[in-house]
Design a binder for this molecule. Structure first.
Ligand code: GH3
Ligand code: MG
Ligand code: MG
Length: 309
């Protein structure tokens, strides 16, 4: 399996000997990360490259394993990472406590390499399936773009990030021109193919890793561009518009072009405390409406207004 597809195991233990023993059991099949204390464990668990499973020692100086587990399960960032306790405490009350804290399994030292490996493999397989299901609930089935739910989640996260760092956040709303007439002329299935092609053309223009293009619904798409001011937004939006036109998808019923085209509304804003993120969507929508009325196949930008809340 390719390195980057390998799942990652985080081993948390204050004893370097235990860490080495455990790492040697797993290192051929999975990627290994190591934390020698609770703070390091939580930092790694919350990082962008999250581990897929955590093997947690119970007895450690400072934060013990129970406390680490409780904290991981409290946070929405880390609660879905399965935790296995690995401990020399073999009282059933200890095991009960660990499982009640949300651990998925409890293994008593000394560990039997083949057994613990098989257990970890099972838990990682389930984790992979859960991740895949979660991913599917955030993707639009027709176009493969992010869906509305994923867009809304990301919009909130980027709004807060933009506020914290004082950066402009851009939202683009776009809509295919005369798409009802397109369906009426060519049929709904050809309409679906057109939606896919338009989605791909737009997506290709949002190139940076935090950029997100989503299917907002029907024949409407939305795009999130962090750290992007209105001049850049107009440039990128117009590239999206031009790249759809350049697909040269015939549209004989369009009143404005021989080809399928899109209209866009843009808004860019540096969020301030107390402002409502939904206003970004409303303003982008209003701008899109203006683009439609001004003749379609164009982009219009809205202003948030300096003194508005
Ligand atoms: P305008 O230029 O003002 O946007 O006109 P329009 O015809 O594109 O706008 P309207 O909102 O009246 O029509 C949208 C059409 O998009 C109607 C609907 O049948 C079609 N549509 C929405 N979702 C899908 C889909 O998943 N597949 C297909 N083929 N068509 C869809
Ligand atoms: Mg529409
Ligand atoms: Mg339309």
């Amino acid at each position: 399996m390719h390195e980057k597809n390998k799942q990652t195991i985080l081993i948390v233990d204050d004893s370097r000997v235990s860490v080495r023993t455990l790492a040697s059991i797993f290192k051929d099949e999975w990627q290994i990360k190591i934390a020698l204390d609770g703070h390091e464990a939580i930092r790694i668990a919350e990082s962008e490259q999250q581990p897929d499973i955590i093997l947690l020692d119970v007895m450690m100086p400072g934060m013990d394993g129970y406390e680490i587990c409780a904290r991981l399960k409290e946070s929405t960032l880390t609660r879905d990472i399965p935790v296995i306790f690995i401990t020399s405490r073999e009282e059933s009350e200890d095991e009960e406590r660990g499982l009640q804290l949300g651990a998925i399994d409890y293994v008593i030292k000394p560990v039997h390499p083949a057994i613990i490996k098989a257990r970890v493999r099972n838990h990682l397989e389930l984790k992979r399936l859960r991740d895949r299901l979660k991913e599917q609930t955030l993707v639009d089935g027709l176009t493969g773009l992010a869906n509305r739910r994923r867009f809304d989640g990301q919009l909130n996260a980027e709004w807060h990030r933009a506020q914290r760092y004082g950066k402009a956040l851009t939202v683009l709303m776009m809509d295919i021109d005369f798409f009802k007439k397109y369906n009426d002329s060519y049929g709904h299935l050809v309409g679906d193919d057109c939606l896919k092609a338009v989605a791909e053309a737009v997506r290709m223009q949002a190139r940076r890793s935090p950029d997100l293009v989503a299917r907002w619904g029907g024949e409407e798409f939305s795009c999130l561009l962090p750290d992007t001011d209105s001049a850049q937004a107009l440039a990128i939006g117009d590239q999206m518009r031009a790249s759809v036109e350049a697909l040269h998808i015939p549209h004989k019923a369009s009143e404005i072009s021989n080809w399928v085209t899109i209209s866009l509304g843009a808004v860019s804003h540096i969020p301030k405390a107390g402002q409502d993120v939904q206003k970004l969507i409303q303003l982008a929508d209003q701008a899109l409406y203006q683009a439609k009325h001004a003749g379609r196949n164009r982009i219009v930008a809205s202003e948030w207004g300096q003194h508005d809340s």
